[in-house]
Write a protein that binds this ligand. Structure first.
Ligand code: PEP
Ligand code: MG
Length: 300
């Protein structure tokens, strides 16, 4: 069986009727880089950049971040890498971050909210990403967005970062940006959010827990936690439609993207790409190559 799957390493990500859906990889550290290329992923659809911030005594310096992004950009060559800005807080804690105890950390000061509170940290990461952009094909993505005002703030910070780089004559490329759709609020305003960026990416892990109002890590809820709930699937469909209405690509990068029981349904909804852990690339490729969408005009 594994032999069979390995034969798919170099096969294209196309459905039986010839529609192309890209499969990207999710990675959370540098060690996963090799497997991304080994399994023939289209690129990295979600780099969980938190790994450089956790398990240490102090904030990583801009240059340390830059060197890691540069290495990834160079390793990936032409292939795209989507760097998600630090998604810290909630279950991703480090002492030096000094995040006060919260009664509801899952709904607390996390993701983009924390970055907008720690502008020096955020700017250092953005500068590192822009500097590394000169060495490959990078994109930028923001986690836990729930309002347009957050995008206003981010856009202002990006302007400042670029001015700073220009003043020093540091080269960078134009890089595409995306928003993670992982709060119900973002789903409801996904059309407005789509206008502000180049692509959307559904974070179904958080989206399902916020939609169901159930902590995804609460063991008491394990049996009740249903991420195939029609509410979750309808939200995904809404976001794909909203993104497409604005001519934006819409991907899924939460764990649900690797659920082969849903591959056909996602393709029928018109999803443009799926991003999964490296070990799931071949199983998902296999599933999607068995789907026949002919007679279906969605996304055609
Ligand atoms: C998600 O929420 O689906 C996601 C991809 O982000 P993370 O799992 O890192 O919260
Ligand atoms: Mg998330």
């Amino acid at each position: 069986e594994r032999e069979e799957l390995l034969k798919l390493r170099r096969e294209p990500d196309i459905t039986k009727d010839g529609r192309e859906i890209e499969i990207y990889a999710n990675i959370g550290n540098m060690d996963d880089l090799n497997s991304v290329l080994y399994y023939g992923a289209a690129g990295i659809g979600l780099l969980r950049s938190e790994f450089q911030y956790l398990g240490r005594e102090n904030y990583p310096r801009e240059n340390e971040l830059f060197l890691a992004y540069k290495k990834i950009a160079e390793t990936m060559g032409e292939k795209l890498t989507v760097i998600r800005t630090a998604d810290l807080g909630a279950d991703k804690q480090a002492e030096y971050l000094n995040i006060p105890d919260e009664t509801n950390p899952i709904m607390g000061n996390r993701g983009i909210r924390l970055c907008l509170d720690r502008k020096r940290m955020f700017k250092a990461q953005l500068r590192a990403i822009f500097r590394a952009s000169a060495y490959g094909n990078l994109a930028l993505m923001y986690p836990m967005i729930s309002s347009e005002e957050e995008m206003d703030e981010i856009e202002e910070i990006i302007r400042e970062v670029k001015i700073g780089l220009d003043e020093k004559g540091i080269p960078y490329k134009h890089i595409k940006t995306g928003i993670m759709i992982e709060t119900p609020a973002a789903v409801m305003i996904s059309r407005e959010l789509a206008r502000r960026v180049d692509f959307l990416s559904l974070g179904t892990n958080d989206l399902s827990q916020y939609t169901l109002a159930m902590d995804r890590q609460n063991p008491l809820l394990r049996k009740k936690y249903n991420d195939h709930h029609p509410a979750v699937l309808r939200m995904i469909q809404m976001v794909i439609e909203a993104g497409h209405a604005e001519n934006r690509r819409v991907c899924i990068c939460g764990e649900l993207a690797a659920d082969t029981a849903l591959t056909e349904e996602f393709l029928r909804m018109g999803v443009d790409c799926l991003s999964v852990v490296p070990a799931c690339i071949l199983p998902v490729r296999k599933a999607l190559r068995q789907v026949d969408l002919s007679g279906d005009d969605k996304g055609a």
